[in-house]
Design a binder for this molecule. Structure first.
Ligand SMILES: Cc1cc2nc3c(=O)[nH]c(=O)nc-3n(C[C@H](O)[C@H](O)[C@H](O)COP(=O)(O)O)c2cc1C
Length: 392
């Protein structure tokens, strides 16, 4: 069933209840592919749905008696939003595409689509009965990313920004309980941490642009998950904070182990943290979901990573996580490293190098030959020092 957002502005997307892995990102609550229809003097579709979900989109367009489409706005060419562009063009051959220059090129490069296109840039307006205006948001999170704004209705359609992977038959934030919203905000943080974090500088610019252009917002209608109309200040504040590296007084301890020597050290580090009284979470990486660990890394001020040395290198699961994390460029972290080794002991140095490349505030490191028994006090001190820095 479609949903009316404002008179003449509708959600016409698809709900994907069963997707559990989205290009490696775990989606335990499924997701939605949000497309929007604006019915005024002209009829406009903003974004499409992932290929395979066309029938859900077209069913809603039929229910809204859309027998002619004038414009198809492509805010983002990624496959979950532009995967049905070709199907839309086949169904409505007279439609004109509206996108920015990178979107136009991307449609050709990724899909071989060359079709009549109106190329827009930030500030351009399109009169469709209502007024549409466009804000390019390059690298939030692809070069082609763009937001569409329905001026009269104050509806911002920012594509992936402000979205989260969350399937529901409910569409709007005010339909969910506070408890459910807790889950949704966590999913939103997860989306930011795993998809957007690397582009925090660009996010800050977009937030500044929205402010300086004096754009008033009644509704934020992202391309995944719920539509914001009640908690807009809350979600905008969170985006501002995440993009500025504001985090909570909490420490993530992420480690792995073969013979449990590295694991035993966690107990000592935790004892030090508890002396100072700072919150913490512990993840053994090989049995954890990296996208959840990454979420907590973003949300926490402190990070302590432990790895045994294997073949003069990091343990593979730790290396995998650190490679993933490094790509997302978290910042403003207080950090420390630890780990067990047998003879050469390279792993702890490797962790520290990665922390330094991210300009983390590295408090220290402790490595120990096999057992940590004679390093227990040093490990406690490491925990205390990180906790004090996080608290300070
Ligand atoms: C296959 C294998 C390769 C290893 N390679 C190294 C190495 O290159 N350098 C080193 O210092 N220790 C090496 N070790 C020893 C481990 O780092 C050591 O046993 C350590 O205590 C393991 O920590 P854990 O109990 O937390 O797994 C190796 C161990 C295994 C099983």
């Amino acid at each position: 069933m479609y949903a009316e957002i404002k008179p003449g502005v509708y959600w016409v997307g698809a709900v994907d209840w069963n997707v559990r892995n989205f290009h490696g990102y775990t989606t335990k609550y499924g997701t939605t592919y949000n497309a929007y229809l604006i019915k005024s003097e002209k009829t406009v579709l903003v974004d499409t749905v992932k290929a395979g979900f066309e029938d859900e989109l077209f069913g809603k367009l039929d229910a809204l008696n859309v027998d002619r489409l004038d414009y198809l706005v492509v805010n983002h060419i990624e496959m979950d939003h532009a995967g049905s562009v070709r199907a839309v063009l086949e169904r409505y051959p007279d439609v004109k595409i509206v996108t920015n220059v990178r979107g136009k090129n991307g449609l050709k490069e990724a899909y071989g689509i060359e079709h009549e296109t109106i190329v827009v840039k930030t500030g351009d307006r399109l009169d469709v009965g209502k007024t549409l205006t466009f804000i390019e948001t390059p690298m939030v999170h692809w070069p082609d990313s763009m937001a569409t704004y329905v001026v009269e209705d104050k509806v911002l359609i920012p594509n992936d920004a402000f979205g989260e992977h969350f399937a529901s038959h409910k569409r709007f934030d005010d339909e969910f309980s506070d408890e459910e919203m807790g889950v949704i905000f966590r999913e939103n943080a997860k989306y930011y941490a795993n998809i957007v974090l690397l582009y925090s500088k660009q996010v800050r610019k977009v937030l500044d642009d929205i402010q300086s252009l004096g754009i008033e917002i009644d509704v934020i209608a992202p391309s995944h998950g719920i539509i914001w109309r009640k908690r807009i200040p809350e979600i905008v504040k969170k985006y501002r904070e995440w993009s500025e590296g504001v985090a909570e007084e909490r420490i993530v301890i992420a480690y792995d182990t073969m013979w449990r020597h590295t694991e035993r050290a966690v107990k000592e580090i935790v004892a030090g943290i508890e002396e100072v009284g700072v919150d913490y979470v512990i993840y053994r990486i090989s049995v954890s979901d990296e996208t959840e660990v990454m979420t907590d890394v973003m949300l926490s001020k402190g990070l302590i990573v432990g790895s045994p040395t294997l073949n003069r290198e990091l343990f593979p699961s730790v290396a995998s996580f650190l490679t993933y994390m490094k790509g997302l460029k978290p910042f403003n972290k207080v950090a420390a490293a630890f780990g067990s080794y047998g003879w050469s002991g390279e792993a702890v140095g490797r962790i520290t190098e990665i922390f330094e490349s991210l300009k983390f505030d590295v408090v220290g490191s402790v490595k120990f030959k096999f057992s940590c028994d004679d390093k227990r006090e040093e490990l406690r001190e490491l925990g205390r020092n990180v906790a004090e820095r996080v608290k300070g």
